[in-house]
Design a binder for this molecule. Sequence first.
Ligand SMILES: *Cc1c(COP(=O)(O)O)cnc(C)c1O
Length: 383
Amino acid sequence: MTSSALAATVDLDAIAHNVTVLRQTSGTDVLAVVKADAYGHGAVPVARAALAAGAAELGVAHIDEALALRAAGIDAHITSWLHTPGADFAGAIDAGIDIALSSRRQLDAVIAAARESGRAATVTAKVDTGLNRSGVASDEWDDFAVALAKADAEGAVALRAAMCHLVRGDEPDHLLNSEQASRLDAAVADLRRLGAGPEVVHIANSPAALTRPDLARDLVRPGIALYGRTPVPERGEFGLIPAMTVSAEIALVKNVAAGQGVSYSHTWIAPRDTVVAVVPVGYADGVPRLLSGRLRVRIGERDFAGVGRVCMDQFVIDLGPDGGGVAEGDRAELFGTGAGGGPTAREWADAIGTIDYEIVSRIGNRVNRVYVGGPKQAEQVGQ
Ligand SMILES: *Cc1c(COP(=O)(O)O)cnc(C)c1O
């Protein structure tokens, strides 16, 4: 393992463990969602680890994300579900990416690209069953379904899957979850009647994969749970292990006299002579400025409070009058698994009214991803 002054250490064995938890809890196969650089964890290593651990296939938002996985040599089935009019459908078809379609316009563009490349496009019907975000709108469905079945019969596209996305997956007992599933089932029945039944159907995001096995259909489509974080903490942790630990080496230790202010605008005044330390990560690295004066870091076995403003590149912690035994170069953990009561991404999220999805996916590029565990790479064998 390489050491890195600013590190987001990603435990690929935790990813593998979480895939197993998701397969067992949902009772079905896993489409691992690795969009947004695997929620900040690194799409290529996470995808490899998830597939090695038994994930059946992968999903991303943009075609460019799918093409990057292909370019890294990943040949698993990949579905991409968010496209602008200029999206590289031809590139997706050439790379064998499953294109999830949200409109007749997208279908027509994919048919044109398929005719040009001389290859059928593999597609998924993304049905809007109530989220009113992506997906084929209900008033466009009949027209879309007929055109899709025709293109399928003509060989321009090969319909593989139907999917929808839940509005209230994180409220497992909400009636809308079952209603959305029924609407998707009805759409699938329409396609079957038209002679173009999909091979696989998927609905469940992480919370549904963990709590609603009855909605699983052929695949579950989890993101955040893969990374070891439950979106339904009131239902328990499900044995998931958070995969990312963010840490930084202490850059500087110094004395501050009683009455002196610390960091921009002196929002914190030292109440006594004390020792402070500079942690060299800031809001540009994904430490929310809203956490100013409201976060703790763990150094060794001890927690120290952040004081004053979080800046772009750094923030300050109070080590106390005795300096807490902390030296420059010591490693401060910002968040991790929470084992032993250490700080967590959920704690940050709760403090500022967001979700840990946002915390982990915004850890910046200055923070080096360091991978531990995971499947043996071919080049490591025999070393
Ligand atoms: C992001 C995303 C998911 C994964 O959601 P989680 O809540 O992270 O499990 C699944 N499906 C679609 C369409 C998504 O955009």
